[in-house]
Design a binder for this molecule. Structure first.
Ligand code: SAM
Length: 239
């Protein structure tokens, strides 16, 4: 090979490297967790969260979410009674925990579990602002919610199951946190393109969640397909 052709090859390699670098730098993480964007989801932060936690928390709390997430309808569908104990796992800044705390009232309790201390800090701020005294924030471990055994009437998991390192093992632990008539409710995005939500490849299909739950010693008790356009709503009880 001549010196000239060697120079040409090295020039071509440099060009490819530059083009690849330019492509990467234009792939900046999206600021909206609920907008489909495969570049940000869990690739930069910890526990499957984006790196910019402040932006993430703002989007989780954003009232524009209410149109499709229908939090009041979801909470009504849980049929939670005053005095009940609800365990909100992957609670985030408390989008559901605060609503649930209103419903269970002063005699009830909401255990709000999250693995990310900064997100839990924001939840604590919101609890302080709300004046609610029946929410117990728990800093869980990635593989263990650290919930007391046998206490939960309802465990609620929203948009979180795919964050668990081992969903089957985690569901087993959640099963132990249920009381005798307790239920686990899992709400998450269908594994198909939707106008918001994590990238499709990061999602777990409803069928796979049912299979995982069965492996964890749970059985499907109900599913509500009519309520949410983009998400399944599955209820499980101990088998
Ligand atoms: C998409 S957010 C959902 C928050 C809340 N459920 C909501 O609907 O607004 C997922 C949350 O799960 C938390 N998370 C991730 N891995 C977790 C784990 N192993 N245990 C508990 N929480 C976890 C994240 O820190 C984040 O706050």
């Amino acid at each position: 090979m001549t010196t000239k052709s060697l120079k040409r090859i090295s020039w071509l390699i440099s060009l490819c490297v530059c083009l690849a670098a330019a492509a990467c730098s234009s792939n900046k993480p999206h600021r909206n967790h609920f907008a489909v964007d495969s570049t940000h989801h869990g690739t930069h932060g910890t526990h499957g969260n984006p790196e910019d936690l402040d932006a993430y928390v703002s989007h989780l709390e954003n009232p524009s979410r209410n149109g499709w997430q229908k939090p009041d309808d979801v909470v009504a569908k849980l049929f939670v009674q005053p005095g009940a104990t609800v365990c909100d796992v992957g609670a985030g800044p408390g989008y559901f925990s605060l609503r649930l705390a209103e419903v269970v009232g002063a005699q009830g309790r909401v255990y709000a579990v999250d693995v990310e201390p900064r997100i839990l800090g924001r939840l604590q701020e919101r609890i302080g602002q709300s004046g609610l005294r029946n929410i117990v924030p728990i800093l869980g471990l990635p593989d263990d919610p650290l919930l007391p055994a046998g206490v939960c009437d309802v465990v609620l998991i929203v948009n979180t199951l795919h964050h668990f390192p081992d969903p089957v093992a985690y569901l087993k632990r959640l099963g132990r946190a249920l009381n005798q008539s307790g239920r686990i409710v899992n709400i998450d995005f269908y594994k198909r393109p939707t106008p918001m939500g994590p990238p499709v490849e990061a999602r777990i299909s409803a069928e796979d969640v049912v299979a995982m739950a069965e492996q964890a010693g749970l059985k499907l008790a109900a599913k509500h397909e009519e309520l949410l356009e983009y998400q399944y709503f599955l209820e499980f009880v101990s088998n």
